[in-house]
Ligand binder design. Structure first.
Ligand SMILES: NC(=O)c1ccc[n+]([C@@H]2O[C@H](COP(=O)([O-])OP(=O)(O)OC[C@H]3O[C@@H](n4cnc5c(N)ncnc54)[C@H](O)[C@@H]3O)[C@@H](O)[C@H]2O)c1
Length: 340
């Protein structure tokens, strides 16, 4: 099977490429290397003999000339929620026009699509409503989990909008042109090959800052670091994708919420404790109590549908995510200084 991974030099993309390559699929990548760190990951693709087509996904003239693929796995995005407020053209061109181009190419070649969507499609006000009466987010009843039916109609960030609009466009193409698809609406994902920064990839940023003894800031919700997220180990996601590819002909045209759920969730404050334990370093923290209009205090995924459909559930907990990322960072420390 010939597979194109868009954003193949990104964090999710490179892990997907490397894992699928082990199963002898013929893998190619499309990535313009715009994310800091993607040039590091490109070296991994090269070692694995995976070709990267280096151009902007919004350029359909280039895209349509690529060879035919049986499956396109879309891992290409401007993935920062905060950046989406300030770089509107880039976000809409990459995240929405990019999906449109994938769909046009898939229509031409009769390719299947797997789309990596985001939990940020959910309405911010509806997420805030979950914890309305709670003053301190870490006292939230974690049984309140978010599934495929959660409200998405109110503002969710421009980033979230581009992911929701992409999901809807995929469903329209499936309806009108018989494109076969799967959508995984993922919560936070983390693990090796992630180049975290202030506005995206906080777990990676936390570990690297502890290794390098750089100071960090708790931002939002009073600056206490009590925000909670579930975090999915990248290998749990690639395990799911392998199962989905194998059963694609039987199970398709479905949308799933996918996340670390109760197996793997954490507050920023607790993440600091784990990082201190693993790196044996303690760093300085400052506070910025003001929350961004796009911040959310809490997110725990309900995996019921995806678990029932594929008998899949996340196996790796938060400690394993930190340990695996720490090991990768320590082995590559010298090189990573250029990118992190
Ligand atoms: N990392 C997460 O926590 C998370 C959570 C939910 C969903 N997602 C989704 O998963 C996918 C992968 O995210 P990631 O964390 O690997 O992000 P990433 O930034 O590490 O990877 C994205 C890749 O796309 C490339 N790219 C960006 N704009 C491009 C363009 N215009 N043309 C061609 N290439 C371009 C970048 O160079 C980068 O290598 C994205 O669709 C993201 O929305 C990520």
């Amino acid at each position: 099977m010939k597979i194109l991974v868009t954003g193949g030099s990104g964090f999710v993309g490179v892990n997907v490429c490397a894992d699928l390559k082990k199963l002898n699929y013929k893998i190619s990548s499309l990535d313009n290397l715009s994310r800091k760190g993607s040039k590091f990951n490109l070296k991994i693709l090269k070692k694995l003999g995976i070709k990267n087509y280096n151009f902007d996904i919004s350029n359909f003239e280039r895209f349509r000339k690529l060879p035919k693929f049986d499956l396109i796995i879309d891992c290409c995005a401007e993935a920062s929620v905060e950046i989406s407020r300030y770089h509107l053209d880039r976000v809409i061109n990459t995240n929405f026009i990019g999906t449109f181009n994938i769909l046009k190419k898939a229509k031409k070649d009769n390719s299947k699509i797997i789309f990596i969507s985001s939990s940020r499609v959910n309405s911010i006000s509806s997420i805030n409503d979950i914890i309305k009466k709670e003053k301190i987010p870490n006292k939230i009843n974690i049984k309140k989990k978010i599934n495929e039916k959660f409200p998405t109609s109110k503002p969710k960030s421009i980033y979230g909008l581009t992911k929701l609009a992409s999901e809807m466009l995929i469903e329209e193409f499936a309806y009108a042109f018989n494109i076969k698809y799967l959508i995984n609406r993922c919560g936070v994902i983390s693990g090796p090959f992630q180049f975290g920064k202030q506005d995206q990839g906080f777990v990676s940023l936390w570990i690297w800052s502890h290794i390098m003894k750089k100071k960090l800031k708790y931002i939002g919700y009073g600056g206490y670091g009590n925000q909670i997220r579930d975090v999915l180990h990248i290998e749990d996601l690639t395990d799911l994708l392998k199962t989905q590819i194998k059963s694609f002909n039987k199970i398709n045209n479905k949308l799933f919420t996918v996340g670390g759920s109760t197996k793997s969730y954490i507050s920023l404050k607790k993440l600091t404790e784990i990082c201190e334990k693993i790196t044996k370093n303690k760093i300085k923290f400052t506070k910025n109590s003001k929350s961004s209009i796009y911040d959310i205090p809490y997110f725990i995924t309900d995996n019921s549908k995806v678990s029932k459909t594929y008998k899949w559930k996340p196996k790796r907990n938060m400690l394993k995510i930190v340990e695996d990322t720490y090991k990768w960072m320590m082995i590559n420390k010298k090189q990573l200084k250029k990118y992190l």
